[in-house]
Ligand binder design. Structure first.
Ligand code: BGC
Length: 752
């Protein structure tokens, strides 16, 4: 039982906004018999890395993983059989504050889970002679807090003194720790953060006393450097996503995150890479380097991510669109990081629910997401409050208001409890994710409808306009400049969200065989749709207050009858044309606007919007050299400066936010044309929607039955090649409307 935690009993820290001094635990053991098997179980309150005889054990970062610690703490197992030496061995664990004890969220709260770090381990030894031995964490372990790792903080980075001599380490006897939380200890089932690739700088400049290295790509990760150093030489590494006009690092947008590595050299050759922190960056500024060291100094970057397994890809004959797809993938790599985060660079990196709610279908196309999201949904279930509300960030335990607002039902953000499992179900076909989360969904939709009905009468009970300032509304919509204005649109977004959640829940109830629920939530959704039409439209497909999201949601969610939907789509198309084909949607509308247009007779308008390069648009970012998806459509103006002033968000400007990359869903489902009809693609459709801007597209999607590939091109005629996994059926719809059902195998069809 892995519950014997140890700590440094003499250590306490109370300072706000910082992380604790890292602890180094050590146990020396002597192996005198031949070992048949050596297995080590370990976990920590904080973030730990394990070393055996000074060699790192395992290649995963941030063990034991980020979970809702009060309910679940993961533990890891390590097979040390081959690494243990006959004779003396030393087992070490370096434990920093991580998310549990260190400072986290933009309010920089610390000691949220425990007052200091703790570590627990068990080494199970089985000898060749059949005897067994158990070594657990106890007072035979040592702890040191003046080791080389001086500071480690998720946001602030690391301070490391390599010049420290081992003889100067002060070791004290470790003390037992009574950990105040009582989580379930669960064998590590996360998709761990690992190094997914290495990047090399593409250029180096000098600004002031800093050498600025450009990695040519924005991403989440850490630096790794090699230097032939001088004893006591101090190097400082700063990180940024963009540069100022003078070529210096723009770090204001990191807000309170120091995102630095301060390193003191020992004499001679050495290399270093942080293991307790990460940064979101493209540029690194290095100071403290001597001119003569430049030739041999090597700087690399390790790209870190939990999204290490691809599930699909898309490409076409337009390089800008290909770059957009790559930016979406990089946004995923950077933010599918232990938990689904909003961004990897500033003092957030939190599990904002709304961001993954809208991005989940795209994430499931690009990466294998089941393990990663199932683990996160477990945390969501554990944090739902009794009245059905869901915190806006998961994990959230302990951070609370004002970091994440009071826990209640919040449209689109809380909807993640339905939207994420449903996206997974459609992509991978496993019903268990619906079952596991069904009670949470029901309780959440109950909360939504109660909030909507609060202090309202008649059909207004189905208009969700309660406490709109506690919602995010049309978040980051570029057609209104102030945060307050996005939030003021929440009566529209929340009412559409209530419809969508109720309708989705009704569908899920049907899948799971709950007939009464199917009817109950269908009826609820119908009432909400009627109320939306009555309150916000003229009854004839025209919004009384017109903005893109207000049209997109009811059109795409099918809240209007067929005839009204056609009229509404026409009005949306007009609105988009008037806006010069620029995007006007925030988080809620962005994933669906191109579907709302293309599926209702306005594919040409959808394509013009997709290919638009005027700000705000997806390809404007590409034109401006973006290598990831921006949080704000107007993150940089044409001159390369950030035009965003005081808009109520406190410099909420990130260049690596995946939310509006939700357009990836359209690239797969409409441009390439692959869409599941039955969950897991047992039956799927291939129906490319053509636009004059493209001549060819190709891609693939992995399914539980095998790989689907699609490749189409057109010159004078249209040719498509589809490979259908054995056991699946594909409904192929050619652009001329001809339909055919294909079985497993390779197929090629042509049409005029
Ligand atoms: C985050 C968003 C998040 C939002 C909620 C921001 O600070 O970066 O992506 O969803 O807050 O309002």
């Amino acid at each position: 039982m892995l519950d014997k935690f140890i700590t440094n009993g003499n250590y306490s820290f109370t300072e706000k906004g910082i992380s604790p001094i890292p602890m180094l635990f050590r146990r020396d053991i002597e192996i005198t018999k031949k070992v048949k098997k050596a297995e080590l179980f370990a976990t920590a309150i904080g973030v730990y890395n394990l070393y055996l005889n000074e060699e790192r054990v395992g290649r995963e970062y941030f063990a034991p993983g980020f979970t809702s610690y009060k309910s679940t703490l993961l533990y890891q197992t390590y097979d040390l059989t081959n690494q243990l030496l006959q004779g003396k061995n030393s087992i070490c664990a370096s434990v920093s504050g991580g998310w549990a004890v260190g400072s986290f969220v933009f309010t920089r709260q610390n000691r949220v889970t425990a007052n200091r770090q703790a570590f627990a381990a068990e080494l199970h030894l089985t000898y060749e002679d059949g005897s067994k031995e158990l070594i657990s964490t106890d007072e035979k372990w040592w702890v040191c807090q003046n080791g080389p790792l001086k500071e480690a903080d998720i946001y602030d980075g690391e301070v490391f003194d390599a010049s420290m001599k081992q003889k100067d380490f002060v070791w004290q006897v470790a003390t037992k720790e009574k950990v105040k939380i009582q989580p379930d200890l669960v064998l590590d089932d996360r998709e761990p953060v690992v190094e997914v690739e290495t990047l090399n700088p593409i250029s180096r400049t000098k600004v002031g006393d800093e050498y600025i290295f450009d990695f040519g790509q924005n991403f989440a990760g850490v630096v790794k450097f090699y230097i032939d150093g001088k004893e006591g030489q101090k190097l400082n590494f700063r990180h940024a996503e963009v540069l100022n006009a003078d070529g210096s690092l723009q770090t204001d947008f990191l807000r309170s995150a120091k995102a630095r590595v301060a390193y003191t050299c020992k004499e001679g050759e050495q290399e270093y890479s942080p293991e307790h922190t990460y940064m979101g960056f493209r540029y690194v500024g290095v100071s403290g380097l001597l001119e003569e060291q430049l030739g041999s100094f090597v700087l690399e970057a390790k790209v870190l991510s939990s999204a290490s397994k691809r599930n699909g890809d898309f490409s076409c004959d337009n390089e800008d669109l290909n770059r957009l797809q790559q930016n979406i993938v990089w946004g995923g790599k950077s933010n599918l990081f232990e938990i689904p985060t909003d961004c990897p660079q500033r003092d957030e990196r939190m599990g904002w629910t709304g961001d993954i709610a809208v991005f989940a279908p795209t994430a499931c196309f690009n990466f294998k997401m089941e393990k990663f999201l199932k683990k996160w949904l477990r945390d969501m279930r554990s944090e739902q409050i009794i009245t059905g509300g869901i915190p806006n960030t998961i994990p959230s335990q302990g951070y609370g208001f004002p970091a994440t607002m009071p826990t209640m039902a919040v449209d689109f953000w809380g909807d993640a409890c339905l939207m994420v499992p449903y996206a997974m179900y459609m992509a991978y076909g496993d019903k268990s994710v619906l079952k596991e989360n069904y009670e949470m969904m029901k309780s959440y939709v109950g909360a939504c409808s109660r909030w909507a009905a609060f202090a309202s009468f008649g059909s207004n009970r189905y208009i969700w306009n309660t406490f709109h300032m506690l919602h995010f509304g049309d978040w980051v919509s570029p057609d209104v400049p102030q945060m307050e204005q996005w939030q003021k649109r929440s009566p529209w977004t929340a009412t559409a969200s209530l419809y969508h959640s109720a309708a989705l829940l009704s569908k899920i109830a049907e899948i799971l065989g709950f007939e009464k629920d199917e009817k109950k939530y269908r009826e609820l959704s119908e009432k909400v749709a009627d109320a939306y039409v009555k309150k916000f439209t003229d009854g004839n497909g025209k919004l009384l207050e017109e903005f893109q999201t207000a049209y997109v949601l009811p059109i795409h969610f099918k809240m209007f009858d067929e005839e009204t939907r056609q009229k509404a789509a026409k009005n949306l198309a007009e609105l988009v044309k008037k806006n010069d084909y620029c995007i006007g949607t925030g988080f809620p509308g962005t994933p669906y606007i191109l579907f709302a247009l293309a599926d209702n007779g306005y594919a040409d308008v959808a394509y013009k919007m997709l290919f638009n390069k005027k700000c705000p648009s997806w390809l404007y970012e590409v034109k401006m050299g973006a290598t990831t998806i921006w949080e704000r459509w107007d993150g940089l103006d044409e001159t390369g400066n950030c035009p965003i002033g005081d808009d109520g968000t406190d410099l909420m400007i990130s260049y690596n936010h995946y939310a509006s990359g939700a357009v990836g869903d359209f690239l797969y489902k409409r441009v390439l044309g692959i869409e599941p009809i039955q969950p897991g693609y047992k039956i799927f459709q291939v129906k490319p929607v053509l636009g004059e801007e493209l001549q060819e597209a190709k891609g693939y999607v992995d399914t539980p039955y095998g790989k689907i590939t699609v490749e189409w091109h057109r010159q004078s005629d249209f040719t498509i090649r589809v490979s259908v996994p054995e056991g699946c059926k594909c409904k192929l719809v050619l652009p001329n409307g001809v339909e055919e059902v294909l079985s497993g195998g390779e197929h090629e069809r042509k049409s005029i």
